[in-house]
Design a protein around this ligand. Structure first.
Ligand SMILES: Cc1ncc(COP(=O)(O)O)c(C=O)c1O
Length: 350
């Protein structure tokens, strides 16, 4: 018998395939990251902070919640910063769900929800997304019982890119006021869809967001939660006072001061590169899921061979099976130039 709880020992670690991801060797289209580095303003802010001899101090978060509140159109008291949105997900599930409670996590989806639910020994209920129907709203409603504590809506979902409308989310949240509705808006700047304006009306809605994707600083681990003020107070009881490192706050502050750099990138990805890749795939009759984010889940006839062919051409994408075991490739979309290069290689690989 080990020193840990039985169900923890029976788990497997969430271990994303990080090995060999050297950006000098490959174009990295496998983790939905931004494909261009941060702006000079962010680099300079980080250098200035380090040179200012402040690393020996504990972090202090200053006015970052005010800035984020202004950016999101909510009050500062409705914001809490986190160590990536992974921490927001972790805090929410830990703070809301008791052992044996039910959590509805439609599949397939981002692995972290299930990982934390397993740590908390919850019963995971998994209605399935479909290519035709998108988010399984009717199945989710039908799955709600007196033991349901949380419903997860990854919006847009990873890996399929599916978006549920704000009206549908608000309807669902209003119909089950005692159930926590976790809305993961990790890709918000791409989808431009948010329920941030519904926090007062639906206090059971809690939103997680991040600076890992559009803002381009996953290495620094900076995320935030948007929720009704009383929910933020409860979550602050669980989060540690120094969980977010100071350099992450410095970089996020500088990024928010220069949003045009990120806005230009988002516009290029969503208005130029993504339509170009979609048109190419349609012309080649390759099936892909409609996506509201910077990635497409693509189902070529011979996915393994296409994946190997792309790797030989120094492009990494992410193989992801659907719920019936069919292998798809989740392809992150970068700049227009990178997308033209990808298409030129796909011409040979497909
Ligand atoms: C849907 C979704 N949520 C959350 C995350 C984690 O983001 P963070 O780096 O902020 O923890 C990811 C990362 O891939 C994601 O796809």
């Amino acid at each position: 018998m080990g020193i840990f709880k039985d169900h923890i020992e029976a788990m497997a670690a969430y271990a994303p395939p990080l090995e060999g991801r050297n950006p000098d060797d490959f174009t990295l289209l496998d983790f939905n990251e931004r494909t261009i580095p941060v702006s000079q303003a962010i680099k300079q802010a980080l250098v200035d902070y380090v040179q200012g001899n402040r690393l020996q101090q504990y972090p202090h978060y200053g006015d970052i919640c005010d800035r984020l509140g202004r950016y999101c159109g909510v009050q500062a008291g409705q914001v809490m910063v986190t160590n990536g949105s992974d921490q927001g997900i972790d805090l929410m599930i830990r703070a809301c769900c008791r052992e044996g409670d039910e959590i509805i996590i439609p599949a397939p989806s981002f692995a972290m929800y299930e990982q934390v639910a397993k740590v908390e020994n919850l019963k995971i209920v998994q209605p399935l997304y479909t290519l035709e129907g998108g988010y399984p709203l009717a199945e989710v409603r039908a799955a709600i019982t007196s033991k349901t504590r949380m419903i997860v809506i990854s919006n847009p979902n990873n890996p399929c890119g599916t978006l549920l409308s704000s009206d549908d989310i608000i309807d669902l949240a209003s119909s089950v006021p005692d159930v926590a509705i976790l809305i993961d808006e990790c890709y918000y700047e791409y989808s431009q869809c948010t329920v941030a304006s519904a926090l007062d009306r639906c206090p059971n809605i809690v939103i997680t967001r991040t600076f890992s994707k559009t803002w381009g600083i996953p290495s620094l681990r900076f995320g935030y939660v948007l929720a009704a003020q009383e929910n933020i107070q409860a979550l602050l009881n669980v989060r540690g006072p120094y969980d977010i490192n100071q350099l992450a706050v410095v970089a996020a502050t500088a990024a928010l001061e220069h949003p045009e750099y990120t806005e230009r990138y988002v516009a290029e990805v969503m208005e130029a590169a993504k339509p170009r890749l979609e048109a190419f795939l349609k012309a080649r009759d390759v099936v892909f899921w409609p996506s509201a984010a910077n990635y497409l889940w693509v189902f070529p006839d011979h996915p393994e061979a296409v994946n190997e062919c792309l790797q030989r051409a120094a492009i990494l994408v992410r193989p992801k099976p659907d719920t019936e075991g069919r292998l798809g490739l989740r392809i992150t979309i970068g700049t227009l130039e990178q997308t033209e290069q990808l298409i030129a290689i796909l011409e040979q690989c497909l």
